[in-house]
Design a protein around this ligand. Structure first.
Ligand code: NAP
Length: 285
């Protein structure tokens, strides 16, 4: 049987950490497959997806700028799982032997697994504060849905919060999602049991914590989505205050592990993938 082909489509895709993680997983399970980088320009996305089966591709990850366009293509020419449909974005595609194609989104479930396993935080019935209302915040908020008691959202760009609110209200009880302006910032944060940083602040060595650590209260859990550095100022400050805090490597790992499980039907070798991810991150630093 020919080697199975998988890969990531993006534009650009040079710095993707997925090949290291996925190739290590295939190797560990003795699956004869390779995971490649596909730099696809936006106007060529549709043709690429249409021809994927003919090119013997069995599965794909989709990254910037294609996640929404891929969902639109699959609405017309394939199927979407419930989570991808609700979010309106696809980050994983499975191509069956008969050429049928299905889209998924593993960002929300990946975050959830990491939240439970690494941070040991269960969001059901809790108050959650999400800083930033961009793509990653959408994936998390739309996956958590109605399960938290309240989701506070703050962003420097009010239009982004409005966009998230409108989207959320289409599927869930809109009263649970609360827009936080400057005046409510402190009280909302105080009311939260989990703080999630979905802004890019923390990616650069010189970045401060996106929220003044003097506002962190006892018992607050902190999830910082930044994953390109071993730690961030936010996580360091939180840890020094004896709070539970993690960076986003776990979300990255688990979104990949869930994609692997969708493609292969096998349980992902998470420890192997984690080691490969750590090494790839180190060599990128
Ligand atoms: P994005 O779409 O640009 O969203 C970030 C949002 O945060 C933007 O709306 C931005 O507003 C806002 N923001 C920036 N500074 C802020 C501040 N001080 N206070 C409040 N809001 C602020 O980016 P994204 O794709 O969601 O990614 C965000 C971060 O998450 C990146 O670091 C990315 O690497 C990380 N991420 C991690 C994972 C993982 O697996 N761990 C997955 C996805 C993303 P403006 O646009 O006006 O600046």
């Amino acid at each position: 049987m020919a080697k199975l082909k998988y890969g990531i489509i993006g534009h650009p895709v040079k710095h993707s950490l997925s090949p290291a993680m996925q190739n290590a997983a295939f190797h560990a399970l003795g699956i004869d497959a390779e995971y490649l980088l596909y730099d696809v320009e936006p106007e060529k996305l549709e043709a690429f997806l249409k021809n994927a089966a003919d090119n013997n591709i069995s599965g794909l990850n989709i990254t910037i700028p294609h996640k929404i366009k891929a969902k639109e293509f699959l609405e017309r020419k394939g199927t979407l799982d419930e989570n991808a449909r609700r979010l309106g974005a696809v980050n994983t595609v499975k191509i069956a032997e008969d050429g049928s194609i299905c889209g998924y989104n593993t960002d929300g479930p990946g975050f959830y697994r990491s939240l439970i396993e690494e941070l040991k935080f269960e969001p059901e019935g809790k108050n959650i504060f999400v800083l930033g209302a961009g793509g990653a915040a959408h994936a998390i908020v739309m996956y958590l849905g109605n399960s938290p008691k309240r989701i506070y959202v703050s962003d420097i760009d009010k239009a982004k919060i409005d966009d998230l609110r409108t989207h959320y209200k289409r599927w869930f009880d809109g009263k649970r999602l609360v827009t936080v302006g400057e005046d409510e910032f402190k009280s909302s944060l105080k009311d939260a049991e989990l703080l999630i940083n979905t802004t890019p602040i923390g990616m650069r060595v010189t970045d401060p914590s996106p929220i003044d650590p003097s506002l962190f209260h006892y018992g607050l859990y902190i999830y910082d989505l930044v994953y390109n550095r071993p730690s961030t100022e936010m996580v360091k400050k939180a840890t020094s205050l004896k709070l539970h805090a993690v960076t986003g490597t776990g979300m990255l790992l688990h979104q990949g592990a869930i994609a692997f499980e969708i493609w292969t039907g096998a349980k992902a070798p998470v420890a192997v993938m984690k080691k490969a991810l750590k090494e790839a991150l180190k060599s990128q630093a």
